[in-house]
Design a protein around this ligand. Sequence first.
Ligand code: ATP
Ligand code: MG
Ligand code: MG
Ligand code: MG
Length: 579
Amino acid sequence: MRMSQLFVRTLRDAPTDAEVPSHQLLVRAGYVRRAAPGIYTWLPLGLKVLGKVEQIVREEMDAIGAQEVRFPALLPREPYEATNRWTEYGPNLFRLQDRRGTDMLLGPTHEEMFTLLVKDLYGSYKDLPVTLYQIQTKYRDEARPRAGILRGREFVMKDSYSFDLSDEGLETSYRNHRDAYIRIFDRLGLEYVIVHADSGAMGGSASEEFLAVLPIGEDTFVRSPGGYAANVEAVTTVVPEAIAFDGLPDSHVEDTPATPTIETLVDHLNERFPREDRPWAAGDTLKNVLVMLRHPDGSTEPLAIGVPGDREVDTKRLETQVSPAEVEAFDEVAFKNHPGLVKGYIGPGSLGTESGTGIRYLLDPRVVPGTRWVTGANQPGKHVLDLVAGRDFTADGTIEAAEVRAGDPAPDGSGPLELARGMEMGHIFQLGRKFAEALGLQVQGEDGKLATVTMGSYGVGVSRAVAAVIESSHDELGIVWPKELAPYDVHVVLAGKDDVTVAGAEQVVADLETAGVEVLFDDRPKVSPGVKFKDAELLGMPTIVVVGRGYAEGLVEVKDRATGERRDVPVADLVAVLT
Ligand code: ATP
Ligand code: MG
Ligand code: MG
Ligand code: MG
């Protein structure tokens, strides 16, 4: 490819909205262009890199026997209604209507569709196991699209789904994916950790995340010298002061004491979530207590949202779906007897394995000593205490993950925790039978009886990976591509105007291409060598070859982009040196 022909425009300055290096460099080097907030156009160079990431992912998925399919992004409402995710997804879901007024959505993830596809075509235990995947465009109306393609509203994901009859089968499918992900992220050259994504007390490895270790990462994870690693959202510890709160108003208490004390909460923990290693005890640390109040009429519309401290504000939902009267009514109930209780994150969402909707309140750490803000998402698998089965309300106390401090002991006793930042690159998840149940995916078992299929779901952020690699591999001059991802292997710079040098550069390029090397050739006649060198550093091909002054003596300069090391190589040896 010739620079004179390539559709690219490099920029000296980063766009003003670009704060992280990968975003700045992808735009400056002409790999992507913003189309709208959180939505990007892939230019020729960027598309080549994206294709290389896709290919790595595809090869490793194929290697574990997964088969590629491709679903539409535009999807019908009904399947998502059946699993309650039409509502649960909240404002993150792009919803739209067709000309007949039929509700549709742009797929944020495809569990429902894959489940129905398998249900559609398969009906016997003999058909299983099967694993299907796609590399496809996803849509999520992220509250804060940021950092360019790292968090887009449109992005490319590899999502795969395993279908097994037995729990052991699911374990195997999960393990195969875990191994494949290790190979994928190794090949991408990322430094990463595999962390528990949800609380170990709910079943250990049911969900793990692959986090790229990056200072710009949005996740905080902890790790111990003994090998424990978890997303902080998944670390549950018990702080006695934090749960010594007043409890729910008497009028809403029936089955449990009006004032949950440390003892009653610990009892509940031991009853509902027994730990294998040792029982919960009053000395354990609990960082937060959340209280979830369900909507009295059981409706799935969210009720209210509040923002303690610096938490994410979901103003859109607040404005569109919550009536001020409802908020007030709930506040009155919730705050009456609760000094230090503030409104927390709201979601239609899941509490434990149950879906529900309500306000989640948490204790204000400025008022209640020993508590801290949670950053946690409302994921299945968190500890749930059924404190109250009320009359018109159901109220649950949720003991949830929180920010732990460096030096805190690891929950498995493997030493003091260290805190670091990570960016989620992949997520593997044992879904179990939830989706199959909701959508009726059953097959005839060996015994002739119908059996519900158990599923796993596994995602890789393909477009995110392009940016994450740059985050970990760049310098002040530009991008430094690892060999597997570079759009071209070699960037040949013509630095001379005389006929001999020009013809020499053409020959060098032809020889390299014949040898199977992918070459980007900066042949631009009216551009100074200085500008060409700058562009070569910015674009980031692993090797830069300069055909210039030395050519008359039969030499070209070879520069390693990563180390900056230069050396003169006889033209006759170049192909051998670079292949
Ligand atoms: P995050 O915690 O970053 O919001 P997620 O947990 O919502 O990600 P999953 O539903 O697990 O994401 O999707 C699988 C993968 O898709 C993630 O591990 C991530 O790499 C990628 N991904 C998710 N959201 C985005 C996005 N908005 N832009 C780019 N990639 C994304
Ligand atoms: Mg997300
Ligand atoms: Mg996540
Ligand atoms: Mg995830």
